[in-house]
Design a protein around this ligand. Structure first.
Ligand code: RUQ
Ligand code: CUA
Ligand code: CA
Length: 644
């Protein structure tokens, strides 16, 4: 490509982008317009020739590169959207480090194939996983005293309303639970400090918001009467993973935030109309941010002021408006804000919640202290807890914070990130015409959803990086067919001006992430043999153990061989195969595949896994190691002989 070609395609790109923005900007803010705007962009956005993205690189670009052999400064933990998994990246390099299968099946690891993973996923009577789809939206880590403690990570499944816990030392999913009586489990956030017992300095609650209202219980009654549908806000015990309690509410839940003092949890609500049809959900100018008084809810649960729904035993308290008229006893506080808001995030000083307007070009700033005042009966109107409502741009969704009082909000329709100052916005709201609220804007490519700052959801927010997870990448990368890569764009926010410093391509869909300092994460390099009850601790324990038609095959792996060179079965046997990897060397993982039996999994150093299957086809099956482990990796096989 000549310099001229590059220039030409840069111009094309500029035009493509401008048109794209105009189309979306022009359609205005109605929900109908939003979808028109998006389908419109598909028509004219992609230049016919493969474009070269305009290089924003500056002389200091190398500053953000991580040279070979060096480690990143941050982890980014990211939900994988409808892939059902969680991913781990290094920042600033953007290197993908790992994918953690959670609600999906994963052939590499054997997730959904091994007995151990099936026990976590839950199974149908025929032994297959209960669900193999999942939709992970929000991933957050456990907190101690307002910052990450490196212990757990929690992630939601929107499709089947499940919550998963990932342990951080192995970075594997260890527990999945169903949340009863809800659909569209969306917002997820752990408590940042236990509000009840100050001696417990560890997160014990995970709050879960349900987006879709339902007739309760959802057993076939009141199917048509939308006015009877209700939603629930749920608290899960992060240690036992039991559902502690639920709150019945009006409207829906969307995102969730928690305060730094453990007193409040918040959820933004876009459908206070309680519409069951799309158009109805945009009828009102104002929706709400709903606050939950955690201590009062737990007192009510203790006092038995609860009901249960359907077959669930979970205590449910009444958080509806009608039942919470007196602020002094109220469990919930509905703060009106415009319109179909999306996202609620708390500032790292614990003072303010920012709720983006989505269909309003505003962000509403709600002061934590004012909401507490309302609960004390000292604030006449809950709307008075709103202390600023700056106009920041079109389609605002999510907000991240630095450590200097600035907020960074993604603007979906404008395809921008806007930097604004919270205290200035409060002054402007009080009438100060000189307050400089919006400090900077930067284009992103394109249509950002979540945006988040380094350590930004902790009191250790450090104001170094912002990542914009974009829903469209259009012309930023080599074309790979109709399904495009998506972009996570890295922005340096350490100076006055935001600087776009990298485009990281991401497989669909980078939904939401957190950026965690690397020193917080302490992982294991090998497993502990004793953690596995089935472990085959010595190659001498290997063999075929028969009990009628039930057969157990025990074997071990040590590079480059399995302990059994062959094993014999009879047609129709129900076989449980247990494999322990006795290698103790870091990074020495083996795999095990059984042809024609659809079995494949890996065993990491000192790990044990098992699979159960029916040997229903007589013949010879070469079980082989799938994970390149040794110069004699190809020779690492064992013969499964099934006699007729
Ligand atoms: S929501 S793109 Cu599922 Cu996280 Cu705002
Ligand atoms: Cu063991 Cu390859
Ligand atoms: Ca609405």
């Amino acid at each position: 490509m000549t310099q001229d070609d590059i220039k030409k395609s840069d111009t094309q790109l500029d035009h493509g982008r401008r048109k794209f923005l105009n189309t979306t900007a022009l359609v205005g803010l109605s929900g109908v317009g939003l979808s028109v705007g998006l389908s419109g962009c598909n028509k004219e956005s992609v230049p016919s020739a493969a474009p070269t993205a305009k290089a924003e690189a500056s002389a200091e670009f190398g500053k953000y590169e991580v040279p070979p052999g060096q480690l990143d400064e941050y982890y980014s933990f990211s939900s994988g959207g409808h892939s059902g998994e969680v991913r781990i990246y290094g920042l600033p390099s953007g290197r993908e480090l790992k994918r953690i299968p959670v609600f999906n099946m994963d052939a590499l690891v054997g997730w959904g194939i091994t007995n151990e993973s099936k026990a976590i996923l839950g199974t149908k009577p025929n032994g297959t996983p209960k669900y193999v789809t999942g939709d992970t939206h929000h991933v957050h880590q456990s907190y101690s005293d307002g910052t990450y403690d490196g212990k757990y990570m929690f992630v939601n499944d929107k499709i089947h309303s499940r919550l998963a816990r990932i342990r951080m030392d192995t970075m594997e999913c260890e527990k999945i639970i169903d949340i009863p009586n809800i659909q569209g489990f969306h917002g997820t956030f752990p408590d940042k400090r236990d509000p009840v017992d100050p001696s417990i300095n560890h997160t014990t609650r995970v709050f879960c918001g349900a987006e879709f209202s339902l007739p309760l219980p959802n057993d076939g009654h009141d199917l048509e009467d939308g006015s009877k549908y209700k939603s629930l806000f749920t608290c899960v015990d992060s240690n036992t993973m039991d559902v502690r309690w639920q709150v019945l509410i009006d409207g829906n839940c969307d995102l969730v935030a928690t305060s730094y003092d453990g007193k409040l949890a918040a959820t933004n609500q876009y459908n206070t109309e309680m519409g069951v049809h799309y158009e109805d959900m945009m009828a009102k100018e104002m929706d709400a941010c709903l606050f939950f008084n955690v201590a009062r809810i737990e007192e009510a649960v203790k006092a038995g002021k609860v009901r249960t729904i359907g077959s669930s035993k979970v205590p449910v308290v009444d958080g509806t408006k009608a039942a919470n008229q007196d602020p002094k006893t109220a469990l919930t506080c509905y703060v009106p804000i415009p319109k179909n808001p999306h996202g609620v995030n708390i500032s790292p000083d614990g003072k303010y919640y920012a709720c983006a307007g989505k269909l309003s070009p505003t962000a509403s700033v709600i002061e934590h202290a004012q909401v507490l005042k309302w609960f004390d009966g000292a604030l006449a109107n809950s709307r008075d807890a709103v202390v600023a409502e700056p106009e920041i741009g079109l389609g605002p969704l999510h907000t991240g914070f630095d450590n200097k009082g600035n907020a960074y909000t993604t603007l979906f329709l404008d395809s921008q990130i806007v930097k604004w100052n919270v205290e200035a916005a409060i002054k402007a709201f009080k009438g100060d015409k000189n307050a400089k609220v919006v400090l900077d804007r930067i284009d992103v490519h394109y249509q950002p959803g979540h945006g988040f700052t380094s350590m930004g959801e902790t009191r250790e927010s450090d104001g170094r990086y912002f990542v914009s997870d974009n829903k469209f990448s259009k012309d930023r990368f080599l074309p790979v067919g109709p399904l495009h890569a998506e972009t996570a764009q890295l922005i340096d926010i350490s100076g006055d001006k935001m600087k776009l410093v990298a485009d990281h391509s991401v497989y669909s869909e980078p939904h939401d992430s957190i950026i965690v300092r690397r020193d917080i994460i302490k992982t294991r390099q090998i497993y502990n043999l004793d953690d596995f009850p089935l472990a085959v601790k010595d190659p001498k324990e290997s063999g075929v153990f028969r009990n009628g038609k039930k057969v157990t095959v025990k074997l071990t792996s040590q590079a480059p061989a399995f302990s059994l060179r062959e094993f014999k079965l009879k047609k129709g046997d129900e076989v449980t195969l247990i494999l322990t990897n006795l290698d103790k060397v870091e990074d020495l993982t083996h795999g095990f595949a059984i042809p024609k039996h659809d079995i494949q999994f890996i065993v990491n150093p000192q790990e044990t896994k098992s699979v159960t299957f029916i040997a229903d086809k007589p013949g010879v099956y070469w079980c082989y190691c799938t994970n390149f482990c040794h110069a004699l990796h190809l020779e690492m096989r064992t013969r499964m002989i099934v006699e007729a």
